[in-house]
Design a binder for this molecule. Sequence first.
Ligand SMILES: Cc1cc2nc3c(=O)[nH]c(=O)nc-3n(C[C@H](O)[C@H](O)[C@H](O)COP(=O)(O)OP(=O)(O)OC[C@H]3O[C@@H](n4cnc5c(N)ncnc54)[C@H](O)[C@@H]3O)c2cc1C
Length: 474
Amino acid sequence: MSRIVVIGAGMAGHATALGLKHRLGADHEVIVVSPGAQWINPDSLPHIATGLQSPEHETVALGSLYRHKGIIYHQGLARTVYPRGYRDDPRPQVEITFTGSPLARETARVPYDFLVVATGHDIDRVAGIPSEGTTIATCVIDRLDSAVAGESELRRLISELQDSPPGDKPRVIAVGRSARGMGGYYGALEYALAVDGVLRSEGLRSRVQLHFFDAGRPWLYLTSANPEMEEATREAVERLMERFGILLHRGKRLTSINGTRLRYVSAQGDDAPEEIACDLLAIEASRVLTPLAVKSPAGEDLSAELYDGWGRFRVDATREDRAGGESISGLPQTFRNPTFPKIFGIGSAIALDAKAVGETDSRQEVPEPSQTRDMAHLMSREVTAQIVSELTEEPRSDTPENLAEMENVLSLEWDYSLFSLRGFYAEIGLTKSKEPKQTLIVHQGLFAYWSVRIERFLERYRAKGHPLWWLLPS
Ligand SMILES: Cc1cc2nc3c(=O)[nH]c(=O)nc-3n(C[C@H](O)[C@H](O)[C@H](O)COP(=O)(O)OP(=O)(O)OC[C@H]3O[C@@H](n4cnc5c(N)ncnc54)[C@H](O)[C@@H]3O)c2cc1C
C-alpha cells in the first residue's frame, strides 16, 4: 500500500484528494493536511461578506466528508518537507503541526510515497493592512472568518442608519487593496457591487458613500504587455463603477487604518499620504507566497530544490532561450518537481514559468501568484492520472491534458472573463471597426446571474463528491 499526502484542501488540493481516493479505492492511502475545517469556493466570499449568501450553504465540512470517503484528514499546517528522510529514517516525510483537534499544537511527521503541494497563497499573511492604535473592524474579503465578521459589521452599519434621521451625515464604506497582488481585483469589485445592491434594497444607498481604491492596476491581468488593452479594460471598469455610483480613487492604494482614519497613497508611492474617515473598511488581500521549509535529514536547507527565488513551487515549466536575449516560456505539463519527481505542485503556489530571480520582466520584478481556480481541476486531474498510472502500473487510457492546449481550445486566458452575481458579464472582445481591436465588453442581465448560480452549484456538487461528480468536465 502506498501513501499519498496532499497538502492544502483548497481548490486544487481538495479535488486531487477526492480524485485519488475515487480512483485508488482502499488499495492506497490518501492523507490530506490542511488547517481549515471547511472547503469554500473563494468566489462566494464577497457575497458571504455582504450577507447575500450564507456560509453554511457555500461551505463543505471536510472532516465528515473525508471520513465518509475514506480519506485520512489531519487538520493542521505542514511546516517542513524532508524529501530525503529525517535523521536516520530514510522515508521522505513532511512535518505538520495540528491546528484543530485535541492534538492542536502537537507536531507529527507523516511519511509519504507521493506528495502533492497545493498550498495556494499564504493564509496567515492574508491579513489586510497595518493598523495603528484602535482600529475599526476590517473585513478581509478573502478569508471566510473575516468575511463572516464583515457581514455583521455591515449589518450593524445598516441598523445604525435605519435608527438615525435621514439627514444624518452619510456613512463611508471603503473597499480596496493595500498593494498589487494577484491579478485583478475581482473580490473587491464584486464586494463593492454587492454592498451597493444590499444598500439599495434597504433604501439606504443615498446615505452611504462607497469608495474604491484600485491599487493602481486594471482589473484584468494580461499575460502579455498590452497597454492599449489595459487602458480599455480600465475604462470599461471605471464606467461600471460610475454606473453604480462608486467613487473611484484611481491609482491609489491603502496604507493604514487608525481608528476611523484611513490613509492612502499613490500606488507609485510618490506623493504624500491622504486620509478619509470611514465607517467600514473591506479589503481584498494582496497575495503572497510563503514556501514550506525543506530540509535534508541532517537539517540543512534544501529549499532551492523545491522553490524558486520568489517562493514559487518549482514544477516543469520550460524555457527556451533564443538569440537576441528573448526567452520563450512553456507551461508545466506534468507538475512534477524536477529534483524530486514524486513531489507534485499544483494551484496558485506553483511557478507557471521558468523565470529566475534577476531576470527583468517588462512589467514587474516580482511575479504574482497565479490565479488558478479555473485550472484547478485540470491540474488535479492530470496529477491524479499520473499517480494512479504509476501505482497501478497501468498505462493511461486518457490523453494527458495540457494547459497550453486547453487555453487554445477555449481561447481562454485566465481572467479573460468575469461573471458577476450582481448581474454583469465582462469579456474580452473585438471592436467593430475596420481594424478591430481587443476591448473589454460588459454585458448586463440575467445571463450572468444564472451562469454564476450554475457554476457555483457545480463547484459545490463536485466538492461534496456527490455521485457522478467525477464526470464533470475539468
Ligand atoms: C473573491 C475571490 C475571487 C477570485 N476569483 C478568481 C477567478 O475568477 N479566477 C481565478 O482563477 N482565481 C480567482 N481567485 C483566486 C483563487 O482563489 C485561487 O486562484 C485558487 O483558490 C487557487 O487554488 P489553490 O488550491 O492553489 O489555493 P487555495 O484555494 O488558496 O487553497 C490552498 C489551501 O492550502 C491550505 N494551506 C496553505 N498553507 C498550508 C500549509 N502550510 N499546510 C497545509 N495547508 C496549507 C490553505 O488552508 C488552503 O486550504 C479568487 C479569489 C478570491 C478570494
